[in-house]
Design a protein around this ligand. Structure first.
Ligand SMILES: CSCCC(=O)C(=O)COP(=O)(O)O
Ligand SMILES: [Zn+2]
Length: 204
């Protein structure tokens, strides 16, 4: 796919995710793999429902901008570490939904368990509702290099990981193509809402 097409995928993802209320205002960041050793990422601080072709830039997989004058997302390292982790990852989405934010704050400990939901099968590699999908929750940190260093051991120990939460902040998920990453955002959002409803009824 050309850079223009990959940029359009990011623009379209932003319109969709903003429209669903999962990427309000200037929150969130998105990327696609540009080549074996480069990513195309959103420029920092842009409204994600109003992205245009100039609102993306290329970086290397150490997170360095390859386009002077454009400021890469503050969370670039969280994207590039995923492209370095697995060669088959082609798109990464980070969103800031209300449900991801609230559920990550309500869940004590370092992970959330999703189990007995048919929709778990929307995640890559999951074929039954009977297993558990473990979603790690990392405490938020303004130092993204330090946060990435906490994420890396989990990825290395959990090669089937399909996404993670940052507490009080949002979701990261990914896939071979943008359509896969978008499907996983939708699945997570459905499951987060179910979890919050189940918990509120159980605690009533
Ligand atoms: C306004 S939300 C705070 C920053 C953030 O968490 C985010 O996802 C957007 O940061 P970026 O630098 O990619 O615009
Ligand atoms: Zn964020």
């Amino acid at each position: 796919m050309s850079r223009e097409q990959l940029a359009q995928e990011i623009i379209d993802a932003g319109r969709f995710l903003y429209g669903r209320g999962w990427s309000p205002a200037t929150s969130s960041n998105y990327s696609t793999r540009l080549s074996a050793d480069q990513a195309l990422l959103t420029v920092s601080g842009k409204h994600k429902g109003q992205l245009g072709p100039d609102d993306v830039l290329a970086t290397d997989l150490d997170g360095n901008s390859l386009e002077p004058g454009k400021k890469p997302s503050a969370e670039t390292l969280l994207h590039t570490q995923l492209y370095r982790w697995k060669a088959e990852i082609g798109a990464v989405l980070h969103t800031h939904s209300v449900n991801a934010t609230v559920l990550s704050r309500l869940t004590p400990g370092d992970h959330l368990v999703l189990e007995d939901y048919e929709l778990q099968k929307a995640f890559s590699g999951v074929t039954t509702h009977q297993g558990q999908v473990l979603v790690p929750i990392f405490d938020n940190d303004q130092d993204i290099a330090r946060l990435a260093a906490k994420v890396q051991p989990w990825l290395d120990d959990n090669p089937d990981c399909v996404g993670y939460l940052i507490r009080g902040h949002g979701l990261y998920t990914w896939g071979p193509r943008m359509s896969d990453a978008l499907r996983q955002v939708e699945a997570f959002e459905f499951l987060f809402e179910c979890e919050l409803k189940v918990r509120s009824i159980a605690n009533a």
